[in-house]
Design a protein around this ligand. Structure first.
Ligand SMILES: Nc1ncnc2c1ncn2[C@@H]1O[C@H](COP(=O)(O)OP(=O)(O)OP(=O)(O)O)[C@@H](O)[C@H]1O
Ligand SMILES: [Mg+2]
Length: 281
């Protein structure tokens, strides 16, 4: 009798980075709410807080960032410790089914920064490899800081996809976007040729204001299909959710913003299936 080996492959973990060097454009909110929305669909999700500000950790963590730091369970420890398993740095969040790798201000530590981006990049890349994640998680979402460009480069090197949130609330939102896209493409060309865009995402949208309407139009005119159809509405339910350490869908399920996040999830899943896009500046 011939024994047939099972060749059932592990489910691939789709790894995405949320990035834009503009501060306050909604990166962390997108990372949290997209992650939570994917969990709601039954997916297993890991969110990595790769920002020394630790906003994602403060919102979703069961402990404060300093406590994770003292326990040596942050993304900083993941980068600095040569041994140990990825699972040593993963912890559950306030949202059942959503795991996180927390952050704390020790990510600003000088030795790590002085090592420039080569070492953190390689560490993150090997820790968050498909070999470690496939079969364990369906999606990995990395939240990144507005500063520390080498952390953003490291996150992009360890990702398959990226999303760029752009605030429609400021007329300066598009300033520097070309540079951001150029920087991402440099990572793609030099370190991660498979990296693809999921899209540019209009955030903090208030249709009653001229600035939001103009910014959305400008983005669509410039970047066309690279801009998500889904637009995130500006709403106070965002702050309510944040203050309770929850996702918008768990505090205001029927709100416009919860609907926006569901639309974003659908589009993200479709765009991944379609292979994303090559976004150039
Ligand atoms: N849809 C929304 N409606 C209203 N406020 C929002 C919305 N999304 C985000 N915000 C608010 O905007 C601020 C910035 O959001 P967020 O922290 O997600 O941005 P960020 O890009 O991660 O910022 P940073 O660059 O500092 O990391 C927060 O106070 C958040 O509550
Ligand atoms: Mg943030």
């Amino acid at each position: 009798m011939v024994s047939v080996k099972s060749n059932k492959s592990k489910t691939r973990c789709e790894r995405m980075t949320v990035c834009n060097r503009k501060g306050g454009c909604g990166k962390t909110s997108v990372a949290i709410n997209l992650a939570a929305s994917l969990v709601k669909k039954g997916f297993k999700v890991l969110a990595v807080d790769f920002d020394p500000q630790a906003d994602l950790t403060q919102t979703l963590g069961q402990s404060a960032p300093e406590e994770y730091r003292d326990l040596e369970k942050t993304v900083y420890d993941l980068l600095m410790k040569k041994d140990g398993l990825l699972t040593d740095f993963i912890t559950s969040s306030k949202i059942p089914g959503l795991d996180i790798i927390p952050s704390s201000d020790d990510l600003q530590d000088t030795p790590l920064i002085e090592s420039r981006y080569v070492i953190p990049t390689l560490c993150l890349q090997s820790r968050l490899s498909h070999a470690n994640l496939d079969g364990e998680y369906d999606y990995l979402i990395i939240d990144t800081p507005p500063h520390f460009p080498f952390y953003v480069q490291a996150a992009l090197t360890a990702s398959d996809w990226y999303i760029i949130p752009v605030s429609s609330g400021s007329k300066f939102a598009l300033t520097g976007l070309t540079k951001v896209i150029k920087g991402i493409n440099q990572v793609r060309m030099e370190a991660n040729p498979d990296l693809r865009a999921l899209g540019i995402l209009v955030t903090l949208y208030d249709g009653r204001t001229n600035v939001s309407r103009v910014m959305e139009k400008r983005l669509k005119d410039t970047y066309g299909e690279h801009v998500f159809e889904a637009v995130l509405t500006r709403s106070t339910v965002q702050q309510k959710a944040e203050s309770r350490g929850l996702a918008v869908q768990d505090t205001a399920k029927t709100s416009n913003l919860a609907n926006d996040y569901r639309a974003l999830r659908t589009e993200v899943l479709t765009r991944i299936k379609q292979g994303g896009t090559l976004l150039t500046a």
